[in-house]
Design a protein around this ligand. Structure first.
Ligand code: BGC
Ligand code: NOJ
Length: 811
C-alpha cells in the first residue's frame, strides 16, 4: 500500500494520508540552524547541536507517536482542527504534505477553509520560516481564530528531561508585541536566546504551557484554543511556550498570508542587554526584517530551489527508469547532505543527545557528499582529523558544537583510523586539491601537537600495522565497523554498556574485516604517497599491504568464504565450524573489494556464498545462521533477537560493499539486483510493511529470520546513504573521479540498453552517453570525447567551463 507518490518534477514526495506507518520526516536547514519535521508537523529545531542547543522540546517515543512540534490550531466557530491533522486529529476534508528539498509544505482543509503552511530554513539564516496561507473557499465571510504553538526546550536537551528540580524554576520569557522571546539562563552564562514571531498584530498570546493547554489536557485539546481565548500568560519557571492568537476575517474567496518565524540569536557579552533585564533584540529584529513579507519569503524559497538545483546538477542521470533516476538525481543525494550535516545525532530514531559526529560515520558519509560542496567536505575532514590521537587511534565521536572528541560511546574501535584515508583520497580525487595534505592539523584538538594532515593519514595506516594480533591480522579493539561484535567485552552485567565495557583488556581478538579494509585503503595510501613523490614511504607501506594479503589468504579463508574474526581465545568467528554465525557479510565485502585471492577464485566463491546463505527477498542479511543464544565472547551482536540489527538483520550500510565486490568480478546483474532490493523507491508499494519513508534509506530492514521480515527501522542517519550513492554512481553506472580524470567503467545489467550521465567535474561538464546495445555487463569497446577516440577509460581533465561529449560503446 502507498501513502502518497513521488512528484519528480517538483522534487517532492507527496503524502496524501497523514496516518503513515511511521512519521515520515524531512530535514530543514543546510548549515547551523536545523529542523526535523514530520508529515504532521511534529519535530523540533536546534542550532548546530541537537544536544546542547535544542530550541524546542520534543518527547521521543511518545504516546501517541510523534507528539509535539510546531503546531497550528484553527477554531472556526467551534470546530477546531489542525492543518497537519495532528495534534487535534479532526478529520480533514483534504490533507497533503509535500516533503521537498529542505522545505515541507502541509495543507489541510476543513469546512471550506484551506490552510497551507510552508516550513523552511532560509539559506544562511538562523531561523525557521513558516509561511501560513489561509483561504476561504466558501461563499460566506469567515471569522476564525488561528493559534500557533511551540514549546521551548531549556537548551540542553538531556538536562531538560532530567533535571526537573532545577529546570521547573528557571524558565524565563519576554513579550514584545507579536514576538515572544525565550531567554532562560541568558542572564548568566548563556549568550543566546530564541524567539517566535508573526508579522501581524496579535489578539493575544501565551508563554506558559499550563495556562495555554491546561494541566490535565493534551496538545490535542488546549484550553485556550477550545475556548477561543488566549490567556496572555507570562511564564516564570515551569514550562515556557510560545503561542500567538490571531483573529482572521476572510471574505469569500479571499486568502491571507502570515509569516511565522522561529529564530535564534547569539550576542557578544557587551551587547547582551538593551536595558537592565531586557535582552538586546537588534539581531532578532534584523532577522524579522529579512523575512517579514510573503515577497521576501518567496524570494528566499526561490534561492533555496536554485541552491538545490545547482547541487544536484553535479551528477544526474537519465536511465528511463523513474525509480532509479529519482533516487540518483534527487533523494539519495539529498540524504547524503542530511547525513553529512547530522552524522548520527538527530533523527526520529536518534534522540540527538546520545551521539554526535562519528569518526567512522562522518568519514564514510563524505563519499556521498564531496561532489556537492567540496569546501565543506574539506573542513569536515580537518575537523575529524583534529580529534585523532598521535598513534592514529581516535575518539569515536565528537560534539558538533565544541568539535571536541568524547568517549560517550566508547573508544578503541580499530577500524576508525582507516576511514580517514577513504575520505581524504576521495576528496583529492574529486577536487585535485593535494594541498589538504599540507594542512597543519592538531592531534586531540591540541594545537601544540599539530602535524600535517599527511602525517595523520600515515598515523592511520600505521595504527593497523602497529596493532596486529597472533595471526598477523589487525586487532579488533573494542569492535570494528560492527559495533556489536564486542570480542573483548565479556559482559554479564545488564547495567554495563556493550559500547563502553571492556572487561578483557589487552585482548587478542582479530578482525578480518579490518584486514580487508586495510588492503583497500592501504593501497590508496600507497598510491597517494607515490603521487606526492614519497617513494620510500610508498614502498614501505606496500610491503605491509602485501603482508596483510598473505595473512588473509593464510588465516582468513574458510574454504568457501572469508572468516570474520578470531575471538579472544583464538577461535574462528564466521566459519563453517561455528554452530551459529557461520558466515558474515563484512569480510566478504571488504576482502572482495580488496580483490584478495581473485585469481585463485576466492572472490567469486565468497560472493557465491553470500548469495547462497545471506541473500533474501529484502536484501542481504549480516550473518547466518542468526544467533539464538547469548554468546558472551561475542557481545552485543548475540543479544538482538534473530533477524534484527547486527544479528542477521539486513544492515543496509554493508550491502553496497557486496555490490562493489560483484562489480569487481563483472557481475552487473547481481550488483543491480542487490541494489534494487534495498532501494526505498522500489519499496514504495509495500510501505505498510516497510514502514519508513519510501524516499530515504533506513539503517536496517528486518532479515529473513525476523518475526516480520521486510520491516525497516532507523531511517535517514545511516552510512547506507553514502555507500549506495557511491556504488550506484561510481561502480554500477561507472563514472568515477580519479586523480587523472573521470574513469568510465560501467558494470550494469545486460538488459540495460543505454543511459546518460551528466557530471560536473573540476569545473567542466561531461555529457556521457552509454550505449549497451550489445547487452553486456561490462567492458568498453569504444570511447570518444568530443569525437576523438580514447585508448583508455580515463577521460583526462578538460578545461573548466567546457561542455564535453563523451560517447561510450560497451561490448
Ligand atoms: C547499535 C549499533 C550502533 C551502536 C551505537 C548499538 O546498540 O546496534 O548499530 O552503532 O549501538 O553506539
Ligand atoms: C551504526 C553506527 O553508526 C556505525 O558506526 C556502525 O558501523 C554500525 N552501526 C554497525 O554496527
Amino acid at each position: 500500500m502507498k501513502y502518497g507518490f513521488f512528484d519528480d518534477e517538483r522534487k517532492e514526495y507527496v503524502i496524501t494520508n497523514p496516518q503513515t506507518p511511521f512519521p515520515w520526516i524531512n530535514y530543514l536547514g543546510n548549515k547551523d540552524f536545523f529542523s526535523l519535521i514530520s508529515n504532521t508537523a511534529g519535530g523540533y529545531s536546534f542550532y548546530k547541536d541537537a544536544k546542547f542547543r535544542r530550541i524546542n522540546r520534543y518527547r521521543y517515543n511518545n504516546v501517541p507517536m510523534d507528539n509535539g512540534g510546531r503546531y497550528f490550531y484553527i477554531n472556526d466557530e467551534g470546530t477546531v482542527w489542525s492543518p497537519g491533522w495532528k495534534p487535534v486529529k479532526t478529520e480533514l476534508d483534504h490533507y497533503e504534505c509535500r516533503h521537498g528539498l529542505s522545505y515541507t509544505s502541509i495543507k489541510g482543509e476543513k469546512n471550506d477553509i484551506e490552510a497551507e503552511v510552508v516550513f523552511f530554513v532560509p539559506l544562511n539564516a538562523l531561523c525557521e520560516v513558516q509561511k501560513m496561507k489561509l483561504t476561504n473557499k466558501s461563499s460566506k465571510t469567515k471569522k476564525i481564530k488561528l493559534f500557533s504553538l511551540i514549546e521551548w526546550c531549556l537548551w540542553n536537551a538531556e538536562d531538560d528531561q532530567n533535571n526537573l528540580q532545577r529546570n521547573l524554576s528557571t524558565g524565563e520569557v519576554e513579550i514584545h508585541g507579536s514576538t515572544l522571546y525565550h531567554k532562560t539562563e541568558y542572564k548568566e552564562r548563556r549568550n543566546h536566546y530564541a524567539f517566535y514571531h508573526v508579522n501581524a498584530p496579535i489578539q493575544g498570546f501565551d508563554t506558559d504551557r499550563e495556562s495555554f493547554i491546561g494541566l490535565y489536557n493534551e496538545f490535542s485539546h488546549p484550553d485556550a484554543v477550545f475556548t477561543g481565548k488566549p490567556k496572555n500568560s507570562e511564564a516564570h519557571g515551569w514550562s515556557p511556550i510560545a503561542s500567538h492568537c490571531l483573529e482572521v476575517e476572510l471574505q469569500p474567496g479571499e486568502s491571507k498570508e502570515y509569516i511565522f518565524l522561529l529564530g535564534y540569536v547569539e550576542n557578544t557579552e557587551d551587547k547582551k542587554w538593551e536595558s537592565k533585564g531586557v535582552i538586546n533584540k537588534t539581531k532578532a529584529n534584523r532577522t524579522i526584517e529579512q523575512f517579514n513579507s510573503s515577497e521576501k519569503v518567496n524570494r528566499a524559497l526561490d534561492k533555496l530551489a536554485t541552491y538545490w538545483d545547482n547541487l544536484l546538477s553535479n551528477y544526474s542521470i537519465h536511465s528511463g527508469n523513474d525509480k532509479l533516476d529519482r533516487m540518483v538525481n534527487i533523494w539519495n543525494q539529498y540524504q547524503c547532505m542530511v547525513t553529512f550535516n547530522m552524522s548520527r545525532s538527530a533523527s526520529f530514531f536518534e534522540v540527538g543527545i546520545g551521539r554526535g559526529m562519528g569518526f567512522r560515520d562522518s568519514n564514510q558519509d563524505l563519499i556521498g557528499f564531496i561532489h556537492q560542496i567540496p569546501e565543506r567536505a574539506r573542513e569536515r575532514i580537518i575537523d575529524i582529523a583534529s580529534t585523532q590521537f598521535e598513534d592514529g587511534g581516535a575518539y569515536h565521536q565528537y560534539q558538533p558544537l565544541t568539535k571536541r572528541g568524547n568517549n560517550a560511546v566508547g573508544g578503541n574501535f580499530n577500524d576508525d583510523p582507516l576511514w580517514l584515508i577513504l575520505s581524504t583520497t576521495a576528496y583529492i580525487k574529486e577536487t585535485g586539491d593535494f594541498s589538504i595534505l599540507e594542512e597543519i592539523v592538531p592531534f586531540d584538538n591540541d594545537e601544540s601537537r599539530a602535524k600535517t594532515h599527511f602525517e595523520h593519514l600515515k598515523a592511520s595506516f600505521y595504527h593497523v600495522v602497529n596493532n596486529l594480533g597472533p595471526h598477523q591480522l589487525p586487532l579488533i579493539g573494542r569492535a570494528d565497523w560492527n559495533d556489536c561484535l564486542n570480542l573483548n567485552c565479556f559482559s554479564k552485567d545488564p547495567n554495563e554498556s556493550f559500547q563502553t565495557t571492556e572487561n578483557q583488556t589487552g585482548g587478542s581478538a582479530e578482525s578480518i574485516m579490518i584486514a580487508g579494509l586495510f588492503v583497500v585503503y592501504g593501497k590508496d595510501f600507497v598510491e597517494l604517497c607515490r603521487r606526492i613523490g614519497r617513494k620510500d614511504e610508498a614502498d614501505n607501506a606496500q610491503e605491509h599491504v602485501d603482508k596483510m594479503v598473505k595473512s588473509i589468504k593464510k588465516h582468513g579463508w574458510d574454504g568457501e568464504w572469508f572468516l570474520r574474526a578470531y575471538d579472544s581465545f583464538g577461535n574462528k568467528v564466521g566459519s563453517k565450524d561455528n554452530e551459529e554465525g557461520k558466515i558474515f557479510i563484512e569480510s566478504q565485502g571488504w576482502c572482495t573489494m580488496a580483490g584478495i585471492g581473485k585469481n585463485e577464485g576466492m572472490c567469486e566463491k565468497a560472493l557465491n556464498s553470500v548469495k547462497k546463505y545471506l541473500d533474501c527477498e529484502y536484501g542481504i542479511v549480516l550473518n547466518h545462521p542468526a544467533f539464538t543464544k547469548y554468546v558472551i565472547e561475542y557481545g552485543e551482536i548475540s543479544t538482538y533477537p534473530a533477524g534484527y540489527k547486527e544479528n542477521a538483520g539486513i544492515f543496509c550500510h554493508n550491502n553496497p560493499w557486496v555490490m562493489i565486490g560483484e562489480t569487481m568480478i563483472g557481475r552487473g546483474d547481481q550488483a543491480w539486483e542487490y541494489f534494487r532490493k534495498i532501494c526505498p523507491s522500489y519499496l514504495e508499494e509495500i510501505s505498510d510493511l516497510h514502514k519508513t519513508e519510501p524516499y530515504a534509506y533506513a539503517q536496517m530492514i528486518a532479515g529473513k529470520d525476523a518475526f516480520k521480515p521486510g520491516e525497516a527501522k532507523n531511517s535517514w542517519l545511516t552510512g547506507t546513504a553514502a555507500w549506495t550513492y557511491y556504488v550506484i554512481t561510481q561502480y554500477i553506472l561507472g563514472v568515477k573521479p580519479s586523480y587523472d580524470g573521470l574513469e568510465i567503467s560501467p558494470c550494469i545489467p545486460k538488459t540495460w540498453k543505454s543511459y546518460t550521465v551528466s557530471r560536473k567535474f573540476r569545473g567542466a561538464v561531461y555529457e556521457i552517453s552509454i550505449d549497451n546495445s550489445e547487452g553486456v555487463n561490462c567492458g568498453i569497446k569504444e570511447l570518444t570525447i568530443n569525437g576523438e577516440t580514447m585508448h583508455k577509460n580515463v577521460i583526462p581533465i578538460q578545461k573548466a567551463g567546457t561542455i564535453n561529449k563523451v560517447n561510450v560503446k560497451m561490448g
